[in-house]
Design a protein around this ligand. Structure first.
Ligand code: IPE
Ligand code: IPE
Ligand code: MG
Length: 234
C-alpha cells in the first residue's frame, strides 16, 4: 500500500512570477493559483491525506502594495463562491490557522461561513494559513501558557507534546512542499516542520496540478525517515 503523508503543508509560491512571465498583472497569478487550491485539495483528499495546510497569506505579506493585499483579501470570497459546493460534495472540512482579526470584516465572514458550513464533514481537513507566521504562533502560545502559570492554573512543567496544543497547528508535518524554486521556509510552521520531509519544486503554484502533486507523493513514498534513530535498513 502507498505510504501517504497524513499531514501535508504547501507553500504556494510563484503566483506573481507566473503572471509576470505572461505579461499579466500579479493578481492574475493569484486568481489562477486559487483554482489550483481546488485541484490540489481534491487530489490530496482522494489520496487519503488527513490534513492539508496551505500557506495563503503570511504575517509578512502585509508589506506588499495595497492593491495586491486588497485583492488577496477578496480571494477567499471568490474561492468559496466558486468551490464550496465541491468541497461539500467531497466531504472536506475547512479550518484556518493564523489571526483573522486583521482582515476586513467581509473576508472574515466568508471564511467563517465556509468553516461553519463544512464543520461536520468527515473527510480531509483543509486548513488555510492566513495572516499566519510561525514566530507569531510560537509567541502567542508562550504568552497563553505563561498567563496560565502566572494565574496559578498550571505548573511550570510543560512537555513538548503539550506545547504543541498551544499552537494554531498542533500536528507535526509529514511532508512540506514549496513551489517555484525558493528553498526557504519563510516563517511557515517552524515548530511543526521539525521532522518533515521537504520537497522544493521549480514549478510555479499556478502550474502545480494533480500530476505534480502525485509526483511529490511518489517521491515521499521513497523517503526514508529515521527521526534521529536507526531502523531495519540501516
Ligand atoms: C505566492 O505567490 C502567493 C502569496 C504569497 C500570497 P507570490 O505572490 O509570492 O509570487 P512570487 O513569489 O512573487 O512569484
Ligand atoms: C511565502 O511566500 C508566503 C506564502 C506563500 C503565503 P513569500 O513569497 O511571501 O515568501 P518570500 O518573501 O519569498 O520569502
Ligand atoms: Mg513569493
Amino acid at each position: 500500500m502507498a505510504k501517504i503523508p497524513q499531514t501535508m503543508a504547501i507553500i504556494m509560491d510563484g503566483n506573481g512570477r507566473w503572471a509576470k512571465a505572461r505579461n499579466l498583472p500579479r493578481t492574475m497569478g493569484h486568481k489562477k493559483g486559487a483554482d489550483r487550491v481546488r485541484d490540489v485539495a481534491l487530489e490530496a483528499n482522494r489520496k487519503g491525506v488527513q490534513k492539508l495546510i496551505l500557506y495563503a497569506f503570511s504575517t509578512e505579506n502585509w508589506k506588499r502594495p495595497e492593491d495586491e493585499v486588497s485583492y488577496l483579501c477578496k480571494l477567499p470570497g471568490m474561492f468559496f463562491n466558486k468551490f464550496i459546493q465541491e468541497l461539500m460534495d467531497n466531504n472536506i472540512r475547512v479550518t484556518f490557522a493564523g489571526e483573522l482579526e486583521k482582515f476586513p470584516e467581509s473576508t472574515q465572514e466568508v471564511i467563517m461561513k465556509a468553516i461553519n458550513q463544512t464543520s461536520t464533514n468527515t473527510g480531509m481537513e483543509l486548513c488555510l494559513a492566513i495572516n499566519y507566521g510561525g514566530q507569531r504562533e510560537i509567541q502567542l502560545g508562550i504568552q497563553k501558557y505563561a498567563a496560565q502559570v502566572a494565574a496559578g492554573l498550571r505548573k511550570n512543567d510543560l512537555s513538548i507534546d503539550e506545547f504543541s496544543r498551544y499552537l494554531f497547528v498542533p500536528e507535526s508535518i509529514d511532508l512540506m512542499i514549496r513551489t517555484s524554486g525558493e528553498t526557504r521556509i519563510s516563517n511557515f510552521l517552524l515548530w511543526q516542520l521539525a521532522y518533515a520531509e521537504m520537497i522544493f519544486t521549480p514549478t510555479a503554484w499556478p502550474d502545480f496540478d494533480e500530476a505534480a502533486l502525485d509526483e511529490c507523493l511518489q517521491e515521499y513514498e521513497h523517503r526514508h525517515r529515521r527521526y534521529g534513530g536507526l531502523d531495519d535498513e540501516d
